[in-house]
Design a protein around this ligand. Structure first.
Ligand code: GLU
Length: 288
C-alpha cells in the first residue's frame, strides 16, 4: 500500500519552527516509503484564516525543500463535500441543530455545577450539556423558520451505539481504545461555516487517501472522534503518529506569535533551508 501523508496547516499565522517540524515529519515519512506527501490548507475558520498566510506558508515549504505531490487542497473550496457527509449522518438521526449561544451554554454549565449530575469535562473544558438534544422536531422547525442561527452537533451517545466499540493505532503509543464520548456532542457544522474542523479533517483524510496521519500530540484527543466519524461514514482508519510539540527554552509551546522563530524571519536572517530543518529536528529531539 502506498504511504500517503499530509501536512494540514491552518493559515492563521506564519510557519514557525514547530509547524515546520510537523511538515518535515510528514514529508520525510512519505519520502522514506516512496509514498506521497500532500498539503492541505485548513481554512474553515473564516474569522482567523488569511490568504496571505496561505501564500507565505506554501512559499516557506517550497523554500525548505518540502515539495508536495498533486494540488494543494483548500478546505473552503470543498464545503459541498462536508455537507454531503453531514447529510449522511443526519439521515441516520445522529445529528441535531443546536441554537444555544456561547453565553447560554456557559450559564447552563454553571447552573449544573451545583446539580447532582455536574457537567462532564472533555480535553478542551466542560462539554456541551445537551440542551438542544431533546428539542421536539416541531420546535426545531419553528426556530429554523424564524431565522434563528444554529450549529449542527453529533448526538454522541447515539453515534457511540451506531459505531460500536473501536480502536486505533498511534505508532508511538500502540493500540488505543476509542472513546466516542470524549468530546461529547461536538460540533459538525458551525453557525458561520458549513463544517467544523473535526468533520472536514475526517472527510479530507478519506477523500485524499491519507494512510498515515502525522501531527502534534496536542491533537491526539481529536483522533478519538475522527475515528468515530470514520466508523460512522464507512471510511478506513489511517495509522496515526502524534509527535511531540516543540517548546521554547522555558517549556512553553511555540506559537504563531513567536515571530523570531518563524521560517520567514530565519530566512531573512540568512539561515539556510538545511539549517532550519536541522534546528527543527534538533528542537524536537530535545522534547522527545
Ligand atoms: N489544521 C490543524 C492545525 O493547524 C492540523 C490538523 C491535523 O493535522 O489534523 O493545527
Amino acid at each position: 500500500m502506498t504511504v500517503v501523508t499530509r501536512f494540514a496547516p491552518s493559515p492563521t499565522g506564519l510557519l514557525h519552527l514547530g509547524s515546520a517540524y510537523s511538515a518535515l515529519v510528514a514529508w520525510t515519512r512519505a519520502c522514506e516509503a516512496g509514498g506521497r506527501f500532500l498539503v492541505r490548507i485548513e481554512d474553515t475558520d473564516i474569522r482567523r484564516c488569511r490568504r496571505e498566510y496561505e501564500t507565505e506558508i506554501l512559499r516557506d515549504l517550497k523554500w525548505l525543500g518540502l515539495d508536495w505531490d498533486g494540488e494543494v487542497r483548500r478546505q473552503s473550496d470543498h464545503f459541498t463535500d462536508y455537507g454531503r457527509e453531514l447529510d449522511r449522518l443526519g439521515d441516520r438521526g445522529l445529528v441535531y441543530p443546536c441554537f444555544c449561544s456561547r453565553a447560554e451554554i456557559e450559564r447552563e454549565i454553571a447552573a449544573s455545577a451545583s446539580a447532582p449530575q455536574a457537567a462532564l469535562h472533555g480535553p478542551d473544558g466542560p462539554l456541551y450539556p445537551g440542551t438542544c438534544r431533546h428539542l421536539a422536531p416541531a420546535e426545531r422547525k419553528r426556530r429554523i423558520a424564524a431565522g434563528r442561527e444554529f450549529c449542527m452537533r453529533l448526538d454522541a451517545a447515539r453515534a457511540a451505539v451506531a459505531a460500536g466499540p473501536y480502536d486505533f493505532v498511534d505508532e508511538g503509543r500502540g493500540r488505543i481504545e476509542g472513546q466516542p464520548l470524549l468530546m461529547g456532542d461536538f460540533v459538525l457544522a458551525r453557525k458561520d461555516t458549513p463544517t467544523s474542523y473535526h468533520l472536514a479533517v475526517t472527510v479530507d483524510d478519506h477523500l485524499q487517501g491519507v494512510t498515515l496521519v502525522t501531527r502534534g500530540a496536542d491533537i491526539l484527543p481529536s483522533a478519538h472522534v475522527h475515528v468515530l466519524l470514520q466508523r460512522l461514514l464507512g471510511y478506513a482508519t489511517p495509522l496515526y503518529a502524534h509527535h511531540p510539540l516543540i517548546t521554547d527554552a522555558t517549556g512553553r509551546r511555540l506559537a504563531k506569535r513567536d515571530r523570531d522563530l518563524t521560517v520567514q524571519s530565519l530566512r531573512e536572517r540568512g539561515v539556510s533551508p538545511a539549517e532550519v530543518r536541522r534546528r527543527a529536528l534538533a528542537a524536537a529531539g530535545r522534547q522527545a
